[in-house]
Design a protein. Structure first.
Lengths: 339, 395
C-alpha cells in the first residue's frame, strides 16, 4: 500500500518537473554538438541539391557552410535537413534546425508573426512565368484562363492570385507540395504555365524533358528577397548569422577572395584588416574568434565566388549578377560596414 | 434475531484498507493526473509560443486568404477568408470520401461475390484483382492513375471529343451542365413525389407479400415513374432546363462541368484499393453463413439470386458490417493523401497553404485533427446504428 502511494507521488512530481523549457543559447548548442543543423530545400538546382556523390551543393548550401566555417572553423560541419516549403517554418520554430537557408522570401507577416527573424538577403529574386512555347504567348498579360502550376505555401501562390485579380484575368491554380512536383505537372502539360521565382524557373527549366519547348516570359510580377532566417529571441545567434553573410559581401567589395587570401592577410588596408581579423575585434564582439572570416573565405569564398560557383553564367542555370551585383557595380547588394 | 447479533461479523475495515474506497480514490487520482497533464501541456505550449514571439489564436480565420483554389463545391474566390478555405477543403474531403465509400462498397460487393463464383474464370479474375490492388501501396496507385493514366490524355486543344458534348483531356473530363431556369422547380417536386410514392408502394407490397404470398411488381413501376414524372413536368413547363456545353476557348474549355484529373485519380485509387479489402470482407461474411442455410433455401425452391438476397446476405451482413466500418474510416483518412497530387482537400488547402500563409501551425493542425476525428466518429455512429438494425435479434 505505502509503496503504491509512493509511486503515485513520484509520478506526479515527475510530471510537475516538466515545467517550461528554458531557452538555451543556440551558439552554445551548436558548439557543443560540433555541427550546425541547416534547413535547405529538398532539391533545387543552384540553391540546394545533393550531387551524384551525395554532397549538397548550391548557394543556400554554401551560405550554411559559411556559417559553419565561421562558428566551428569547418565548413563541412553541417547537417543538412531537406524541407518542403510547407515544413520549413515549423522546423525552425520547433528547434529542429538552427538556421533556415531555403530560398525563403522575406515578408512582413513571416518576420513578425512566425517567431522568426530574417537575417539578410543572399539572393534578390522576382516572380516570373514559364510557358510552353507552342502556345505562342509572349506576355504575361495574354494568360487569361490559363492553368498555372505552383508550389503550396509560398508567396508565389499569393502573388499569382494578386496578379490575375489586378489584371482582371481568370486562372486555375494547380498546387503541388514540392517544386519538382509542380515542374512535373508542367512537363506533363497539366498546366500551361509554371510560376515561381525566376531563378527557380531557370533551375526547373533545366530539368524539363524538353527545356527548349518552354520560354520564360519577360514580366517580373513581384519582389522576392531570399535569405536565411533564425528563431526570434536569441540576438547573439541572430547577429552571427547576419554578419557572416555581410562579411562575405564586404569581402567581395574589398577584393578579398579565397585565391588572394594569403596576400590579403598581409594587407595594410584597415578595411581589409578588420575583415580578415588582423586588426580590430569583430569576431570577439560577435562571440566568435577574430579570424572567423578567414575560415569563411578560405573554405567557402566571398559572395561573388559563391554566386559564380552555383548559379553564375558558367553553371547550368546561367544567371547574370543583375540585381545581385554589388551596389558599386550597378546592383543592389549592399552590406553595412564591417567596423 | 437481528443481524447485529450475528456471531463472527467481521469489523468494517478502516477506509484506507477498504478495497472499494481505495479503488475509487485511485481512479480519481488517475483522472486528475491526466487532466492536469493535459492542462500543463496546453499552458506550456502557449507560454513557449508567446516567449518565442509566435502569434496564437483563431483571429486569422477572418482574414482574407488571397490564394486561389482549383475546385470548390461552395462559392469561393481569393477575396474570401481563411475560414472559408477551411470549408472549401472540408467540402472537397467529404466529396471524395463520400463518393469513394459509395463506389468502393459497390465494387467491393461485386468482386467479393464474384470471388465465390462457381465460374472458374470469374473467380480467378476477382482473385487477381484483390491480390493486385490490396498489395500495392495506395500512394503508388494514386501516382499511377494520376501520372500514367489521366496524365497521358491529350492536351485541351487535342482533347478526345465524344459527340461534341463530352471532352477528355489532361485537364480533366468536361461534361455538359444543366442550367435550371424558372419552372424547373416542378421537376424536382415531381421527382420527390415519385420517390415517396415508390417508397410507400414498396412497403405496401412487402406487407401484402408477407400476408398473402402474392408478389407485386414494384421495380418496373419504379423504373417508369422515377424518370417519367420529372419528364412529364419538363414537358408541361415547356423545357425549363437548358444545357451549358463545354467549348474550347483560349487555353481551356469554358462552360459545362469540369471534373479535374486530381479528383478522378484520387477517387479511382481510393475506390479500387478499398474495394479489394471490402471484397475480402464480403467473402468472409458470405462463407460464414452455414451451408445448411443455402441448402434449406434451395430445398424450399428459391432461385439462386433470391437465396443470396433473402437468406445469405442478411446473415452475412452481421459479419460484414463491423470490419466494413473500419474500411470506411480508412478510406476517409486515406483521402488526405490527396496532397501528393494536389487535389484541394482539407489537408492540402487548410493544413498546407493556409497554415503556411498564416503560420498558425498548432491551431490549424488541431482543427484539422478534430475534423477527421469528428468525421470518423460520425461514420462509426451511423454504421453502429445500422449494425444494430441487422444484428441477430435475441428474443
Amino acid at each position: 500500500m505505502r509503496k503504491t502511494l509512493l509511486t503515485t507521488t513520484l509520478a506526479a512530481a515527475g510530471l510537475m518537473a516538466m515545467g517550461s523549457q528554458a531557452q538555451a543559447s543556440t551558439l552554445e548548442d551548436v558548439m557543443d554538438a560540433g555541427e550546425l543543423r541547416c534547413g535547405v530545400s529538398n532539391g533545387l538546382p543552384g540553391f540546394s541539391q545533393p550531387d551524384d556523390d551525395g554532397n549538397w551543393t548550391g548557394i543556400d548550401v554554401d551560405t550554411c557552410r559559411a556559417f559553419a566555417a565561421a562558428i566551428l572553423g569547418d565548413s563541412q560541419a553541417v547537417e543538412f535537413v531537406p524541407l518542403t516549403a510547407a515544413e520549413r517554418f515549423t522546423a525552425l520554430q520547433s528547434g529542429e534546425i538552427d538556421v533556415l537557408s531555403r530560398n525563403t522570401t522575406w515578408t512582413t507577416t513571416r518576420d513578425s508573426s512566425l517567431g522568426i527573424n530574417f537575417t539578410g538577403t543572399n539572393f534578390y529574386d522576382g516572380q516570373g512565368f514559364l510557358v510552353q512555347s507552342d502556345l505562342g504567348v509572349t506576355s504575361a498579360f495574354e494568360l487569361d484562363g490559363a492553368a498555372v502550376c505552383t508550389q503550396a505555401g509560398t508567396t508565389t501562390e499569393l502573388n499569382l492570385a494578386d496578379f490575375f485579380r489586378a489584371n482582371d484575368m481568370e486562372y486555375e491554380a494547380v498546387v503541388f507540395d514540392t517544386s519538382e512536383a509542380s515542374a512535373q505537372g508542367f512537363d506533363n502539360q497539366r498546366c500551361d504555365i509554371l510560376t515561381s521565382d525566376t531563378s527557380q524557373l531557370a533551375a526547373l527549366r533545366t530539368q524539363l524533358s524538353d527545356p527548349e519547348g518552354a520560354v520564360v516570359l519577360p514580366e517580373i510580377i513581384s519582389k522576392e528577397p531570399l535569405g536565411p532566417a533564425v528563431r526570434q529571441g536569441d540576438d547573439e545567434w541572430y547577429n552571427i548569422i547576419k554578419w557572416v553573410l555581410f562579411g562575405q559581401i564586404n569581402a567581395e567589395e574589398y577584393g578579398i577572395s579565397s585565391e588572394n587570401l594569403d596576400e590579403m592577410l598581409e594587407s595594410g588596408d584597415p578595411n581589409v584588416q578588420r575583415i580578415v581579423g588582423t586588426d580590430g575585434n569583430m569576431g570577439e564582439i560577435l562571440g566568435l574568434s577574430d579570424d572567423f572570416m578567414v575560415d569563411v573565405i578560405s573554405q567557402v569564398g566571398n559572395y561573388a565566388e559563391m554566386f559564380e560557383r552555383n548559379v553564375g553564367p558558367d553553371t547550368p542555370l546561367g544567371l547574370e549578377r543583375g540585381d545581385n551585383a554589388l551596389w558599386t557595380e550597378g546592383g543592389i547588394l549592399y552590406a553595412p560596414p564591417f567596423r | 434475531m437481528s443481524l447485529d447479533n450475528l456471531p463472527n461479523q467481521p469489523p468494517r475495515p478502516k477506509p484506507w484498507n477498504d478495497p472499494r474506497v481505495r479503488s475509487v480514490f485511485f481512479q480519481i487520482v488517475a483522472v486528475l493526473a491526466v487532466v492536469w497533464f493535459g492542462y500543463t501541456l496546453f499552458q506550456n505550449t502557449i507560454t513557449n509560443m508567446e516567449s518565442r514571439g509566435i502569434r496564437t489564436g483563431f483571429d486569422f480565420l477572418d482574414r482574407t486568404a488571397g490564394f486561389g483554389i482549383i475546385m470548390s463545391l461552395i462559392e469561393y474566390d481569393e477575396s474570401m477568408t481563411y475560414g472559408r478555405t477551411f470549408l472549401v477543403g472540408l467540402a472537397n474531403t467529404l466529396l471524395v470520401s463520400g463518393l469513394g465509400i459509395l463506389f468502393a462498397t459497390v465494387v467491393g460487393f461485386i468482386v467479393g461475390i464474384a470471388r465465390l463464383s462457381t465460374n472458374w474464370l470469374v473467380a480467378k479474375v476477382a482473385l487477381a484483382y484483390i491480390e493486385i490492388f490490396r498489395n500495392v501501396p495506395l500512394l503508388l496507385q494514386i501516382f499511377f492513375w494520376y501520372f500514367a493514366v489521366l496524365g497521358a490524355l491529350p492536351a485541351p486543344r487535342q482533347a478526345i471529343n465524344l459527340g461534341d458534348l463530352v471532352f477528355m483531356s489532361n485537364r480533366g473530363i468536361m461534361i455538359p451542365a444543366p442550367v435550371f431556369e424558372p419552372g424547373s422547380g416542378l421537376m424536382g417536386f415531381a421527382l420527390i413525389l415519385a420517390l415517396v410514392f415508390i417508397f410507400f408502394l414498396a412497403r405496401w407490397a412487402r406487407r401484402r407479400q408477407a400476408a398473402t404470398g402474392q408478389i407485386f411488381p414494384v421495380l418496373p413501376i419504379a423504373l417508369v415513374l422515377i424518370p417519367g414524372l420529372p419528364l412529364l413536368a419538363y414537358w408541361l413547363m415547356g423545357s425549363p432546363v437548358s444545357w451549358s456545353i463545354p467549348e474550347l476557348g483560349g487555353f481551356r474549355f469554358r462552360g459545362g462541368i469540369t471534373a479535374i484529373p486530381e479528383l478522378g485519380a484520387l477517387l479511382l485509387a481510393l475506390t479500387l484499393y478499398t474495394a479489394s479489402f471490402i471484397a475480402e470482407i464480403v467473402r468472409s461474411g458470405i462463407t460464414s453463413v452455414s451451408h445448411g442455410q443455402t441448402e434449406a433455401a434451395s430445398a424450399l425452391g428459391l432461385p439462386g439470386r433470391r437465396i443470396l438476397r433473402l437468406v445469405v446476405i442478411p446473415q452475412a451482413l452481421r459479419v460484414i458490417i463491423p470490419p466494413l466500418t473500419s474500411q470506411y474510416l480508412n478510406l476517409t483518412k486515406n483521402s488526405s493523401l490527396a496532397v501528393a497530387i494536389g487535389y484541394p482537400d482539407l489537408v492540402n488547402v487548410f493544413m498546407g497553404t493556409t497554415l503556411n500563409q498564416t503560420g498558425r501551425a498548432v491551431e490549424i493542425v488541431a482543427m484539422t485533427m478534430a475534423v477527421y476525428l469528428f468525421i470518423s466518429l460520425a461514420i462509426s455512429l451511423l454504421m453502429n446504428i445500422y449494425n444494430r438494425a441487422v444484428a441477430l435479434k435475441e428474443r
